[in-house]
Design a protein around this ligand. Sequence first.
Ligand code: NI
Ligand code: MN
Length: 219
Amino acid sequence: MGYLKWLGHAAFELKLDEKLIYIDPWITNPKSPVKLDDISRADYIFVTHEHGDHLGESIEIAKKTGGTLVSIYEIASKAQEQSVKNVIGANMGGPIRLNGLVAYLVPAFHTGLPTGVIIQGKEATIYHAGDTAVFGDMALIRELYSPDIALLPIGGHFTMGVKEAAKAIELLKPNVVIPMHYNTFPVISADPNELLEIINRKGLTTKLVILNPGEKYEF
Ligand code: NI
Ligand code: MN
């Protein structure tokens, strides 16, 4: 069985097909339930873009675990310059084959070399949207990859807010959405229950799973 554990902000621990993965592990965020010392294993570390609240402690985690950092080419190169041994620098487009899993970097509308990340395993396909505005080609992400679980920012100001996330759900049609990138600071305050209201009002079949930092969703 796999799981997604929210570590606050945009940081997740993902267990998928027995691989342990971190996505955007800024684990010194104000809501984080874990410390760097708590992390001893990581097979892969994904970084959606270079902003500090996403790059976070990914370099430190890659160094201490020997895990492979996967990101857009320029970020991976910088990690290598900082003595991270295992990096995969890729770009938006086609499959990145990872020893059983397949990943894709997909577009995101933001700054800082932005991407979203799709991670496909046998157990599930996960889409971490990174920081992004809503965009119409989320329909292409649906068509090509049919994510089972989408991790979507809802905090506004830097990313989609609740209204835009509801449109993203209409385009992506995932089975499950887990909101992220909200309530870390006052400027990105949001109420995920407002998203639930819109989902219900529109009659969408997507299940909204609201996690507290440290909680897991098993799949
Ligand atoms: Ni950002
Ligand atoms: Mn951010």
